[in-house]
Design a binder for this molecule. Structure first.
Ligand SMILES: Nc1ncnc2c1ncn2[C@@H]1O[C@H](COP(=O)(O)OP(=O)(O)OP(=O)(O)O)[C@@H](O)[C@H]1O
Ligand SMILES: [Mg+2]
Length: 254
């Protein structure tokens, strides 16, 4: 059997004494679309950031394609094939949608954001950016500036930006948050298509019906620990998972 694309081993993250991630381990096979769910504050974003390298764990290791990347900085991990879209969308506001994606597409070549910016005119990057806008369904907004666009477009722009470096593993943090029912369904379909065309995806999402619809496997994080791992229906029927979500609701109501 070939090595998993991603292997996360015994990860522990602390913030001022709080254990945000408490010994999480899982691996993910190439070509799969896996959902990472759990109540607010469970540690989902933090766990993903230990994979991209923006958060350094106090213990544990991350491997990509059989290679231990734990000691590598963010940009080297990106060049090895990690792409991440952020929970909070922050495009460059004074740049067109197309240039936002072209800029991301140029980053691997230059590794220097300013140089990438100056190289944005390169037709190859522009063409690639246009293809990506097409793929996520916002090609009609290529020449618009992000600040004039509704959230549904910005969330798609964020996915296109993450795809610009053709990642082996795409990490998506709540791409559907804030979207209405129809927009969420559409973007979830796009995510499934991106997966079917060969990109392995790890998806954090609170929209459980869409997650259950498109993901083949669910991981559940609660208070920094993975408490369930399996087929979506079985996982959602698991009493421990139900208790975690109900506990979080009770905390929110208190
Ligand atoms: N930079 C930070 N400094 C201090 N505490 C942090 C930091 N980032 C996250 N935390 C804390 O770590 C815990 C896990 O946060 P995290 O954002 O990973 O949760 P999450 O599962 O992504 O939640 P949500 O579903 O609300 O996005 C929370 O208690 C949070 O307040
Ligand atoms: Mg989060």
């Amino acid at each position: 059997m070939s090595a998993p694309l991603l292997d996360v081993r015994d990860i522990e993250v602390r913030f001022d004494g709080l254990k945000a991630v408490d010994g999480a381990s899982f691996s993910q096979a190439r070509g799969t679309l896996t959902g990472l769910i759990g109540p607010n504050g469970a540690g989902k974003t933090t766990l993903l950031r230990t994979v991209t390298g923006t958060v350094r764990p106090v213990a544990g290791a991350v491997s990509l394609d059989g290679r231990d990347i734990s000691a590598l900085p963010v940009h080297r991990r990106a060049r090895l094939g990690l792409g991440m879209s952020n929970q909070i969308v922050r495009p460059f506001r004074s740049m067109t949608v197309l240039d936002n994606v072209a800029l991301a597409a140029g980053l691997d070549r230059t590794r220097n954001p300013l140089a990438a910016l100056l190289a944005v005119g390169r037709t190859e990057q522009q063409a690639r950016a246009r293809d990506l806008l097409d793929l996520v369904g916002i090609a009609d907004a290529a020449d618009a500036e992000p600040e004039n666009l509704p959230l549904g477009y910005l969330k798609r722009l964020e996915v296109a930006r993450a795809l610009a470096l053709a990642p082996k593993l795409l990490l998506l943090d709540e791409p559907l948050a804030g979207l209405n029912h129809v927009e969420a369904g559409r973007l979830a379909d796009t995510i499934a298509t991106i997966n079917q065309t060969g990109t392995t995806i790890l998806l954090i999402e609170h929209n459980l019906s869409e997650v259950m619809r498109i993901c083949g496997r669910l991981l559940v994080l609660d208070q920094g620990r993975l408490i369930a791992d399996g087929a979506p229906r079985e996982v959602m029927a698991d009493p421990a998972v139900r208790a975690a979500y109900m506990g979080a609701e009770a905390d929110a109501a208190a």
